[in-house]
Design a protein around this ligand. Structure first.
Ligand SMILES: [Zn+2]
Length: 645
């Protein structure tokens, strides 16, 4: 029998499976030579045959003779023909929830069964993660896995307003999102949408608008990966790229509101409806169309609106939104709006909202998200309005020049929202992943640094009760070994016999190929908040997504250099106090020399790593945003002081 390593434990997946029961201390050794058989329902589903072919590259996939059962007609069997599957344990629900699957691993055979195509796809994703962590000849504990999601719609987010990843990477990343079992993707294109119709054709970004081909590839990748794209078209606020143009300035609510539309102008509605029409047509498979409608600060300030709505911001909002909802429904899309203004509406006003809309409630900060959002969610649900929640995996966090997500805040926000989703039975959660406050803002971090918080969001919205956040891994392997022969009925509430490894260990294993023993050896005590700060110590051990690891390490290096550079401007006052002192001058110039060199090195390092992910001019934009102040001080203050030749 092949050896089993601690790092090859069955529970090392993202998301963590709901229930994983080891089978009596036995092993599963993949039979790499076996052919792959799909039930006829699965065989006829092109997305499933493609997923199976991607997993079992080079091996033959065939249709099996058996039909499966009605409850699990989507089946995959990989192993010797003589080993028949024996799925099911005392714990397994008779009927799996939608998107659920059973995975059985024993002997030399893996079988996956599901009642729907998505479920089989997610079973394949689990098997794929397990096999990716195996060395040739190694094996896993034999186990029965039963798994299904807590939140039906688990949505990731592309924000294309500011700096973002190269178009080909945007396509590749969809597969990674699906491997974490995300099943939707909210895309805010802004001026990166390849508008073809007049007048919006003029809004296309001159360099970074996606081409038709790039958008096709993006949408095809999403379709292949069971990911529903939700296009977002701003229709009220955040329209700087339109209203910043001289010819549309007159459609602003006020001259100062550079991105906010006046809802009383027919020309404004016509413009927005034209854009919605084009987005709807380009996303024929999408059920939803997001209309934005957040942060409309200047609402009802113009004379026409004040007159028309008696000065009521809420009535102005509702009247405009209801018109948009009606228009969007006629396009056969279900409209979504952010909740902002609705929270201020009275019960009478809220009752006027068109019930066909879906309201997305966003709240990213603090410890009391539930207390803040529940009143409105309850009122909307009582009116029969569908609601979704929006935590954030990357957002302002009072620090818009952050280089990677503020992990403590983001993990806490995700945990709170998954609890709210369970309590309020929300149909979906979106892990918003913002690139800047707004189009004219400073870029927040870099998309690639948010894989950790994205994966945490996927993990939590699939399996909220997974145990996580405990320190270290010591004792885990013994617990797992001791439990593997025990009675399956002794499982905990989450169905796990042994305590699952903390999220950071599972992420390092799945995303970076770092085994838990290696993380233990290199990091020692650690918890889920230590991912970013741990990266320099892990660089040599990383075998997957090494570019992401190097980028994070480069950004940390910059932060150290930038922190240190404050020594110069902190001590510059001493030069003014003691202009004739040679030791004071030495102290200052020594500090200047060292910190300037540190900044120079980190600048080159960031630029190099970033160019792997972003178009050159976006990478340059990012670097300048971080070094602008340092450059200014250098050019002005330090030159004037004689520090710089
Ligand atoms: Zn107005």
């Amino acid at each position: 029998m092949a050896r089993v390593r601690t790092g090859e434990k069955i529970m090392l997946t993202i998301p963590l499976a709901k229930s994983c029961i080891p089978i009596g201390g036995t092993r599963y050794a993949p039979d790499w030579e076996s052919e792959v058989k799909l039930s006829s329902a699965a065989w006829q589903h092109s997305r499933l045959t493609a997923a199976a072919e991607a997993l079992f590259a080079g091996r033959e996939c065939r249709v099996s003779e058996g039909e499966g059962t009605e409850a699990s007609c989507y089946e995959l069997h990989w192993g010797p023909q003589e080993e028949r599957l024996e799925s099911g344990t005392a714990e397994m629900p008779e009927v799996l929830p939608p998107q659920g699957y059973r995975l059985s691993l024993r002997g030399r055979t893996a079988t996956i069964a599901s009642g729907d195509a998505a479920g089989l796809f997610y079973g394949i994703q689990t098997l794929r993660q397990l096999l990716a962590g195996l060395e040739p000849g190694a094996c896993l504990e034999a186990a029965n896995v039963v798994d299904w999601p807590d939140v039906p719609l688990r949505c990731m987010n592309y924000d294309l307003r500011q700096t973002f990843s190269k178009p080909e990477l945007l396509v590749d990343y969809i597969e990674t999102m699906a491997s974490f079992k995300a099943n939707a993707l909210l895309i805010e294109y802004e001026d990166k949408f390849p508008f073809a119709e007049e007048p919006q054709r003029a809004f296309r970004h001159p360099r970074h608008a996606l081409t038709d081909g790039q958008l096709d590839r993006l949408l095809e990748a999403a379709e292949r990966s069971f990911i529903e794209v939700i296009p977002l078209q701003q229709t009220f606020g955040h329209l700087e790229y339109v209203l910043g143009r001289e010819e549309y300035k007159h459609l602003r609510e006020t001259e100062e509101s550079t991105g906010e539309l006046c809802p009383s102008r027919p020309e404004a509605s016509a413009l927005v409806c034209g854009m919605l029409e084009e987005l709807a047509a380009r996303h024929p498979r999408s059920r939803y169309l997001h209309l934005g409608c957040d942060e409309v600060y200047s609402l009802c300030e113009c004379a026409v609106c004040r007159e028309a709505f008696g000065g009521s911001r809420n009535m102005a909002f509702l009247a405009y939104v209801n018109r948009l909802v009606d228009f969007t429904c006629e396009l056969s899309k279900k409209p979504i709006i952010w909740q902002d203004v609705l929270a201020e509406c009275s019960d009478e006003e809220l009752a006027l909202l068109d019930k066909r809309v879906t309201v997305m409630s966003w709240h990213y900060n603090g410890k009391n998200v539930s207390r803040l959002v529940t009143p409105l969610l309850t009122r909307l649900q009582e009116l029969g309005v569908e609601v979704m929640g929006a935590p954030s995996v990357r957002c302002f966090d009072a620090k818009d020049d952050q280089n990677y997500p503020l992990v403590r805040e983001r993990l806490a926000n995700i945990e709170q929202w998954t609890a709210i989703a369970a309590e309020r039975r929300l149909c979906g959660l979106v892990g918003t992943n913002w690139t800047a406050v707004f189009s004219l803002g400073v870029p927040y971090g870099v998309f690639e640094t948010s894989w950790y918080t994205m994966a945490c969001f996927a993990d939590a919205s699939w399996n909220r009760k997974r145990g996580s956040g405990a320190n270290g891994t010591s004792g885990r392997s013994e617990a797992a070994d001791a439990s593997s022969g025990s009675n399956p009925n002794g499982s905990s509430s989450s169905g796990q016999l042994s305590p699952p490894l903390p999220f950071i260990d599972r992420f390092l294993h799945v995303f970076h190929g770092v085994a838990p023993e290696t993380a233990e050896r290199l990091l020692g005590n650690r918890d889920d908040e230590d991912y970013y700060s741990s990266m320099p110590k892990l660089l040599d051990a990383v075998t997957r997504n090494a570019g992401v690891a190097r980028l994070i390490a480069a950004l940390l290096d910059f932060e150290r250099a930038a922190d240190r550079s404050r020594t110069i401007h902190k001590y510059a006052y001493r030069r003014e106090l003691y202009p004739d002192s040679e030791p004071e001058w030495r102290s200052l110039s020594n500090n200047y020399r060292i910190t300037r060199e540190g900044l120079r090195r980190s600048r080159e390092r960031i630029a190099e790593e970033l160019r792997a992910f972003q178009p050159d001019d976006m990478a340059e934009h990012y670097v300048l945003s971080r070094f602008y102040l340092h450059d200014c001080l250098d050019e002005r203050l330090y030159r004037e002081m004689g520090l710089r030749e």
